[in-house]
Design a protein around this ligand. Structure first.
Ligand code: ADP
Ligand code: TPW
Ligand code: MG
Length: 578
């Protein structure tokens, strides 16, 4: 719809000119650029803006806390390659949304945080305005770009800049500061319509240089034990066919990072997910596609990577990522679709498979590990342990490969990541680069809204608590979300004891809490599941009905381990008694 069509029917004092205002120009600018969904919490100065947005046909998801709205926007950006938009009030609302903006930037998700702000003149003189804060200055170090729009005539350009900054190059978070006065500013409707900007080609293809492609293939050809690591950048790029063809044509085993699972199915014969330590240690050439050598990959060095010399080929849109942790023998800078296509073109009709012993050794290790795990996944222990409960969810996801899977927690995260196979691209969304708790309900809501598919959220009881109030939002919008809480009475375990006072230990929660009752309070379905059988029935019913459901899965409080799989990152005092 054009801006003119939405201009308000107000005449100027002269009674001649048709006028528009900031409210409508912002809505028109978003719509013009295909942004049709807002994740928000209302309040001064954006309450009317959200009402008008809804009236103008935008979908507005109204949350209970800005952090969750922000996380929803960030993952909407990841899933759609369009910036997810979160809207908040000033100062505290802005700060609540800021965590998610920083998270989007860290994870390379395109997102725009739009916050209303207070009177500039008063804020800058620090005279104590309502919700006074210099938001632009505070946002700057936490995002890719930060802009403020002061004049209605600049709304078109301001929103265009924010969109381009979020999605071009390495995607990330953008802050847009909209002072309260801007919304009510009035201008000539025709001039307003003209001032809007449709962003053309917001994330242009970035082709790799020919030399870099040749160099990469020379290195790959020299490999005896090559490995491909797929990261969430590869999933984000939506170059699924090219990546699949590259993996299969090269014959190289691949290891998916957690959100890249499903880019090729975890059951693919070349998938080395279940032989992770072997392939990291023994590989001699590693092709990184949209994954960083950060803490999640032990920075590309140390004992997890073994002693044998290794060469890295890295495909990434961000040139500065190269050599960030170790030397990159063959950097390929460009967007993943263009880079992988260029590699394929240069590989020609036939490409030598790696020496047969290598894929064979990887497959043998993988089968050994899968066989070791299998009986544990079928156990019927009551109370359930992680493996018994996750074995059930694994089968359910296998039967419903197009469902979205959200996952957070410590043991609940690490074990689910290993156990639940993913079959399609961008179906698994989780704690990401920071390993943060709190993404759960925001992600579940955005996943349901953006994909229209049923969502299964597998949540540690602690993890869930960070965003738990949004179950009301899920019920209110009647979203097809099934939340399974792995309730082990606490963080990592529910068994810690405080030896010195009657206060509970710091990692334990109320014993036997019934999270399912919370869901009932909002009209959702609540189920208390104590056995794998009960869990299976409840999840299947929820996924079939699409009714908002929360299942309290009772897990043995002694089953988990400290920090799940990353206990080694806990600092140790040399003075601590063994
Ligand atoms: P993971 O956590 O799965 O290992 P990371 O978030 O560490 O993945 O890495 C993602 C990488 O993907 C980032 O370095 C980012 O610059 C890159 N990236 C994101 N989108 C693209 C794209 N379209 N083309 C190329 N690289 C991309
Ligand atoms: C924003 C620290 C990491 S994992 C975790 C916390 C608090 C919860 C683990 O317990 P949970 O899972 O979810 O019950 P389980 O199965 O092991 O019992 N604050 C933020 N992010 C992080 N990562 C933390 C704290 C943490
Ligand atoms: Mg727990």
């Amino acid at each position: 719809m054009s801006a003119t069509a939405q201009s308000i029917d107000t005449k100027s004092a002269a009674g001649e000119q048709e006028l528009t205002d900031g409210f409508h120009l912002i809505i028109d600018a978003l719509k013009l650029n295909g942004i049709n969904t807002l994740y928000a919490v209302p309040g001064i100065p954006i309450t009317d803006f959200l009402r008008m947005s809804q009236a103008e046909g935008l979908r507005v998801l109204s949350f209970r806390h800005e952090q969750n709205a922000g996380y929803a926007a960030s993952i909407a950006g990841y899933l759609t390659k369009q910036p997810g938009v979160c809207i908040t009030v000033s100062a505290p609302g802005f700060l609540n949304g800021l965590t998610a903006l920083a998270h989007a930037t860290t994870n390379c998700f395109p997102m725009i945080l739009i916050s209303g702000s207070s009177e500039r003149e008063v804020v800058d003189l620090q005279q104590g305005d309502y919700e006074e804060m210099d938001q632009l200055a505070i946002a700057k170090p936490l995002c890719k770009a930060a802009y403020r729009i002061l004049h209605a005539a600049d709304i078109g350009i301001g929103i265009a800049r924010a969109i381009r900054a979020a999605v071009s190059g390495r995607p990330g978070g953008v802050y847009l500061d909209l002072p309260a006065k801007l919304f009510g500013q009035v201008m000539n409707a025709a001039a307003g319509a003209k001032s809007l900007v449709k962003v053309i080609d917001p994330a242009p293809a970035q082709f790799p240089s020919k030399d870099s492609v040749k160099r990469a293939l020379d290195v790959l050809k020299s490999a005896k034990r090559p490995l491909i690591i797929l990261g969430k950048g590869a999933a984000y790029a939506q170059a699924d066919e090219a990546i699949k063809t590259f993996v299969e044509k090269s014959g190289v085993p691949f290891l998916p990072m957690s959100m890249a699972k499903g880019l090729l199915p975890d059951t693919h014969p070349q998938c080395a997910g279940a032989a992770r330590s072997t392939v990291l240690k023994d590989s001699d050439v590693v092709v990184m596609i949209g994954a960083r050598l950060n803490w999640l990959l032990s920075h590309g060095k140390g004992k997890n990577w073994g002693d044998a010399p290794k060469k890295f080929i890295q495909i990434d849109i961000e040139p500065k990522e190269m050599d960030s942790n170790v030397e990159i023998a063959a950097p390929v800078v460009g967007d993943i679709g263009s880079c992988v296509s260029a590699l394929l073109a240069e590989m020609g009709g036939s490409w030598p498979a790696p020496p047969a012993e290598w894929p064979k050794a990887v497959a043998a290790k993988r089968e050994e590990n899968v066989a070791k795990m299998a009986p544990r996944l079928m156990n019927n222990n009551v109370p359930m342990d992680y493996h018994g409960a996750l074995g059930v969810l694994r089968t359910i996801v296998k039967e419903r490969p197009d469902a979205m899977l959200v996952n957070e927690g410590a043991n609940t995260l690490d074990l689910a990541r290993g156990i639940i196979d993913v079959y399609q691209p961008r179906k698994r969304i989780d704690v990401g680069t920071w390993g943060i708790m709190g993404i759960g309900m925001g992600y579940a809501i955005a996943a349901a809204v953006e994909t229209g598919k049923p969502v299964l959220a597998v949540e540690g009881d602690s993890a869930f608590g960070f965003s738990g109030m949004e179950i009301e939002t899920i019920c209110r919008y009647k979203l097809p979300v099934c939340i399974v809480i792995f309730n082990n009475d606490g963080i990592y375990r529910g068994t810690d004891v405080n030896a010195v006072s009657s206060d509970p230990a710091t990692t334990v929660f109320v014993k036997g809490a019934r999270y399912d009752k919370m869901m009932e309070a909002f009209g959702g379905v609540g189920v208390n599941a104590t056995s794998p059988d009960e869990l299976r029935r409840a999840v299947n019913a929820a996924m079939d009905s699409g009714k908002p459901t929360l299942i309290n899965a009772v897990i043995d409080p002694a089953a988990g381990s400290e920090s799940g799989r990353i206990g080694n990152l806990n600092p140790q005092s040399a003075l601590k008694k063994k």
